[in-house]
Write a protein that binds this ligand. Structure first.
Ligand code: ADP
Length: 283
């Protein structure tokens, strides 16, 4: 099966700064892939290259079977994109935003109407069809962006921090929407800072730092690689973390300590691994 996304030895250099440095990565059809990394790691630049908004300085990127440099229009037809900045037009209605996007993609009138209704219904915005976008809440605007990105029936959806700035309830609603799309067969690549988002949605995770992919795998694989048991030890006002292969190993170590003051054990999570790898917190 052709990969949904194939990135081969890709570099992006902005005025002598290596923003993406020798990135190779394959995403399979039907996957939800989460790209994590501290600010400035190169995640957005990677998404911008995958979605033809900027070209790689070096290397090859094939999306849905099309080369991003030689066949950008082929790529654009097959992808839906929701970037961080709200790109919907605030002074148009919900329907007009959808209509405009549908026309840009040359979707014939009858199908356009059917698809607009289908996707507005899916993101539960059909009852707001005649409202100006500027009157919608942040979560509704994000849902509209997703509906619009799906209108031309793409195979792959790119979501750059889809739930940033949204309250927990709204975030969960978006997760359901994203999960439902994946269950319908959509391949999804998202960037996020939220651990629960990764745990709930992503089959595989890639962690980037300083333009490089420094970790790749499922959450279980990452935990096995770094250690499933964690011992936390309070040292003044900071905590030291020690990974152990299993919880039993962490527990056995703790038992042997004559002074257990300020020590506790628990299963490791993605946040622990992220901090260990990047020296920074996820948020
Ligand atoms: P992330 O999404 O992981 O926070 P970005 O891809 O936005 O990271 O940015 C990675 C680095 O590239 C940052 O240091 C940023 O300042 C730099 N950068 C991004 N876009 C440009 C640009 N158009 N020109 C110059 N530098 C850029």
């Amino acid at each position: 099966m052709t990969a949904a996304v194939a990135i081969e030895s890709v570099h992006k250099v902005y005025s002598n700064v290596h923003v993406v440095n020798d990135l190779s990565l394959t995403i399979e059809p039907g996957e939800v892939f989460g790209l994590l990394g501290p600010n400035g790691a190169g995640k957005s630049t990677t998404i911008r290259m995958l979605t033809t908004l900027t070209q790689p300085t070096q290397g090859e990127i094939v999306v849905a079977g099309y080369d991003v440099i030689r066949q950008p229009f082929g790529v654009k037809k097959q992808i839906g994109v929701v970037l961080q900045q709200t790109s919907v037009d605030m002074d148009l209605t919900v329907w007009e935003n959808m209509e405009f996007h549908g026309r840009m993609h040359h979707i014939p009138k009858d199908r356009r109407k059917k698809e607009i209704i289908r996707w507005l219904e899916y993101v539960e915005l059909l009852d707001r069809r005649d409202d100006l976008v500027k009157t919608l809440s942040g979560g509704m605007k994000r849902r509209l962006q997703i509906a619009r990105a799906l209108l031309h029936q793409p195979q792959i959806l790119f979501l750059d921090e889809p739930t940033v700035g949204l309250d927990p309830q709204t975030r969960r609603r978006l997760w359901e929407i994203i999960k439902g799309l994946n269950q319908q067969g959509m391949t999804i690549l998202l960037t996020t800072h939220y651990m629960e988002e990764v745990e709930y949605l992503c089959h595989r995770i890639g962690i980037m730092d300083s333009g490089k992919l420094i970790e790749l795998g499922t959450l279980d694989e990452l935990r096995q690689r770094h250690g499933e048991g964690l011992l936390m030890k309070q040292d003044g006002d900071r905590w030291d973390y020690h990974f152990f292969p299993t919880m039993q190993d962490a527990s056995a170590y703790l038992e042997q300590q004559p002074d257990k003051t300020g020590m506790m054990i628990r299963p490791s999570n993605l946040e622990d691994i992220f901090v260990e790898l990047t020296g920074r917190n996820l948020d």
